[in-house]
Write a protein that binds this ligand. Structure first.
Ligand code: SF4
Ligand code: SF4
Length: 183
């Protein structure tokens, strides 16, 4: 695959600073609402905060690569005086063993897009609203493999087919393309 220089955007997460306020989930879902900021629904957020007050665990994680199947990873990590399950750090969207990073109506995967916007935002919104510096934004230049929009399209189509069946998806696409041609 061809390589090119690209600005890599990254959110550095410090779980020790997170207090579980969930402001990041609210602003992310509001930013991605069909009419921007019209509604905040954390079920549509691309960042999810694992929350276990009894164990003093708050782990923000944002939606990343598509998981076609559940993995075998059940390791545990000890960091400082806290014990974390491996799943807590996993960014996979659409993992069958958990119900996060799935659009509640369509079942489409919810992947973080770093708040793609025109004009670009100075910092992603979840970072801007986090008052305790649990999220930090960084940019760096790197040589990366060229991403293809086709891959993303395939992922979206697969999620729709899993949920509604291939016949329904094809029927809908045919109907939409006819509408497009007549408009
Ligand atoms: S806004 Fe910050 S402190 Fe609040 S839940 Fe999100 S990451 Fe944690
Ligand atoms: S960077 Fe933007 S899209 Fe990604 S989790 Fe944060 S608010 Fe959501």
């Amino acid at each position: 695959m061809e390589k090119k220089k690209k600005i890599v955007k990254q959110i550095i997460i410090n779980p020790d600073e997170c207090n579980g306020c969930r402001a990041c989930e609210a602003i992310c879902s509001a930013f991605h609402a069909t009419q921007k900021y019209s509604i905040a629904n954390p079920a549509r957020s691309r960042i999810y905060v694992w929350w276990d007050p009894l164990r003093n665990l708050y782990v923000p994680v944002y939606g990343g690569p598509y998981a076609a199947a559940e993995c075998m990873g059940r390791d545990k990590y000890i960091i400082g005086d806290k014990e974390y399950d491996e799943c807590l750090f996993c960014r996979a969207v659409n993992c069958p063993s958990r119900n996060i990073f799935k659009e509640p109506d369509s079942g489409l995967p919810l992947k973080c897009d770093m708040c793609e916007n025109e004009p670009p935002l100075e910092e992603p919104l979840c970072v801007q609203v986090c008052q305790v510096d649990a999220l930090k934004y960084e940019e760096r230049e790197e040589e990366v493999e060229e991403e293809t929009r086709e891959e993303e399209l395939e992922i979206g189509l697969k999620a729709l087919i899993d949920r509604y069946g291939v016949d329904n998806v094809i029927d809908t696409m045919v109907r939409l393309s006819k509408k497009e041609q007549t408009s």
